[in-house]
Design a protein. Structure first.
Length: 159
């Protein structure tokens, strides 16, 4: 038997001002997107902003539906729209922000498992690391590549 351990490498910051301007702008766009989410059932508003390699920024937010599995997470809305609007253009980074009522979460919120898989495949498709920025009002976490969030992904070769 062989035992293996996986670690998540991340960088933590106390304030957006501690980040480069490009990341600050991306966080701001994710926060704006969260405010516009359609979440009448959970009252949990999530926004995502994806910076593409061509310089464009695509935003998405969670979209709920009374037929519960019909909704979609903010990260997938942004990534799928980026793929539809700019096919083949890699995503350099994605920022994610979540809020309840009128307050952003104090701690960063990580993507769900399904979103991690979608982000992983987009990163693989782009052949370059995709940085993930998780915003919390008390702490910001930056993960340099999606594969750090999903060390055992389902891969195309598995099909």
């Amino acid at each position: 038997m062989k035992q293996r351990a996986y670690t998540v490498r991340l960088f933590e910051y106390n304030r957006p001002d501690d980040l480069p301007e490009e990341q600050q702008k991306l966080i701001q766009r994710a926060k704006e997107a969260a405010r516009n989410a359609y979440a009448p059932y959970s009252n949990y508003y999530v926004g995502a902003a994806a910076l593409l390699a061509n310089g464009e920024t695509i935003v998405g937010n969670n979209q709920e539906n009374a037929a519960y599995p019909s909704g979609l997470c903010a990260e997938r809305v942004a990534i799928f729209y980026a793929g539809a609007r700019y096919p083949g253009v890699p995503v350099k980074s994605i920022a994610i922000a979540a809020m309840r009522e009128d307050s952003f979460q104090e701690e960063p919120v990580a993507p769900c498992g399904g979103c991690r898989q979608v982000l992983y495949e987009k990163e693989t498709q782009g052949k370059a690391p995709m940085e993930v920025i998780l915003y919390g009002s008390n702490k910001i976490q930056v993960i340099k590549q999606v594969s750090d969030l999903l060390p055992l992904p389902f891969k195309l070769e598995s099909l």
